[in-house]
Design a protein around this ligand. Structure first.
Ligand SMILES: [Zn+2]
Length: 73
């Protein structure tokens, strides 16, 4: 896998990302370009993250959906 911007090589990393404005997910597997610093998510861990968010949201009533912090395994 190469960076889509500069074709630089990518290194594995972990990152945090806010989804839907109020769901902070920590420790998501991702790749960072050694050239330009662009952050890319691999599809598998990204889908896993979205699934985890969905299941968390199902468990929590909409009205207390203020701020959620999740940590991926
Ligand atoms: Zn790059």
């Amino acid at each position: 896998m190469k960076c889509h911007k500069c074709r630089g090589s990518l290194e594995k990393t972990k990152t945090n990302k806010v989804f839907e404005d109020n769901i902070l997910v920590e420790n998501i597997s991702a790749y960072r370009c050694k050239g330009c610093g662009e952050l890319l998510f691999d599809e598998v861990s990204y889908n896993k993250t979205l699934k985890a968010i969905k299941s968390v949201k199902r468990k929590i009533p909409q009205k207390v959906l203020s701020k959620i912090k999740m940590v991926m395994a």
